[in-house]
Write a protein that binds this ligand. Structure first.
Ligand code: AMP
Ligand code: ZN
Length: 112
């Protein structure tokens, strides 16, 4: 399977890793949209939020358990936003579920 984020999980493509456990990997986005921009991904290939099922949702739960640790490691003491783009209308460009953690600045009230 030709998936960029699976390749990062396998360490075939380098990434600046912030946090890792059995279920997920967090690394800095290559094209940051905020002073701090980290991606958290499951180690299992799940295409998007639309592909979350009862069989794989453990990975999603583990990601949300990891997010406070990721945020602390990235120095996000003032808060942060968690975003997941799903499908074409949301401009999802990498078809492996990921959560953007953005912060390090006062974010806009607008989200879309
Ligand atoms: P999305 O548009 O929601 O699918 O987000 C994909 C994100 O992956 C974008 O913010 C990209 O900048 C980021 N990205 C693409 N390739 C890499 C890479 N090799 N390492 C880190 N982040 C990447
Ligand atoms: Zn993948």
């Amino acid at each position: 399977m030709d998936c960029l984020f699976c390749e990062i999980v396998r360490r075939k493509i380098p990434a600046k890793v912030v946090y890792e456990d059995e279920f997920c990997l967090a690394f800095y986005d290559i094209n940051p949209q905020a002073p701090v921009h980290v991606l958290v991904i499951p180690k299992l290939h799940i295409e998007s939020c639309d592909a979350v099922t009862a069989e794989n949702s453990d990975y999603v739960a583990k990601i949300f358990e990891a997010i406070p640790k990721v945020a602390a490691k990235a120095g996000l003491t003032g808060g942060y936003r968690v975003i997941s783009n799903c499908g074409a209308d949301a401009c999802q460009s990498v078809k492996h579920l990921h959560f953007h953690i953005v912060g390090g600045v006062q974010l806009s009230e607008r989200m879309g």
